[in-house]
Design a protein around this ligand. Structure first.
Ligand code: SAM
Length: 246
């Protein structure tokens, strides 16, 4: 069977997305390594370098939305100083549960907290955070414009929005290889490891549907962010967008 996500009404998209991540939560981290051949670690490190959390005592509150099992928050916490705190917000309790376990194992329980919530309607005060990150998450949110407006709302003036997301491969040769990999390798690999090929079929389709970098940059600007930029990584497999709330 086939989800046919393209035809799903907006109201049902979130339910399907939730099914995907409920189904893969326990093997999510392993799948990331397998499917990206470890590259997701490099991309995430590039995001953390761009974020550049303060090394000293200065308080710094990061909000990592769609933070899942906590990768971005942990990586940031490890490079940051003692004033750093990360809040991982995700709509899926199963992903957060895996994250909490990982935090305890890495002795990061007091520097990273986990909160269930929807990117479209964040339960945080205006101007509460010093940075907002979202990695491989915004593609899953049904109403991206709402999520971007919420990001703007919860950021303090003078702080930054950073978004890592799959993008469009535009290097001749690599594009065909990437298509082959996406459609022929990822769904069967997903089935082998998580018993769920459909979730990974969804992953591939949602990447195709996501706006190209210039269009996404424009959406970020529409939400109010200034000095919006993006950087293509690994031949366009991934893009890192950023903007400032001024
Ligand atoms: N940021 C993590 C990482 O890079 O490893 C996890 C990314 S995972 C591909 C996408 C996450 O988005 C899932 O944990 C999913 O539950 C979450 N998600 C989907 N829709 C969401 C929404 N509307 N609000 C918040 N999180 C959402």
């Amino acid at each position: 069977t086939h989800f046919g996500f393209r035809d799903v009404p907006l109201g049902e998209k979130q339910t399907l997305v939730n099914d995907v991540f409920h189904s893969v939560a326990s093997r999510y981290d392993l799948m990331n390594d397998l499917m990206s051949a470890g590259l997701h670690r490099v991309w995430k490190d590039i995001m953390i370098t761009a974020l550049d959390p303060p090394k000293g005592d200065r308080p710094f509150a990061l909000l990592d939305v769609a933070g899942g099992t906590g990768d971005i928050a942990f990586r940031a916490a490890k490079t940051a100083g003692p004033g750093f705190h990360a809040t991982v917000c995700d709509i899926n309790g199963d992903m957060l549960a895996v994250g909490r376990e990982r935090a305890a194992k890495q002795h990061l329980g007091d520097r990273v907290s986990f909160v269930e919530g929807n990117a479209e309607t964040l339960g945080f005060a205006d101007r509460a955070f010093d940075a907002y990150t979202i990695a491989f998450g915004i593609r899953n949110v049904p109403q991206i414009d709402l999520a971007l407006r919420e990001a703007y709302r919860v950021l303090k003036p003078g702080s930054r929005f950073l978004c890592l997301e799959f993008s469009t491969v535009d290097v001749p040769g690599l594009d065909r290889l990437y298509d082959l990999f996406s459609f022929k390798v990822i769904p069967p690999l997903g089935r082998a490891v998580t018993g769920d090929a459909e979730s990974y079929q969804y992953l591939v389709e949602s990447i195709r549907k996501f706006p190209r970098p210039p269009a996404f940059a424009e959406m970020i600007g529409t939400a109010g962010f200034k000095r919006v930029k993006w950087q293509s990584l690994s031949g366009g497999i991934v893009a890192l967008h950023s903007g400032w709330r001024l």
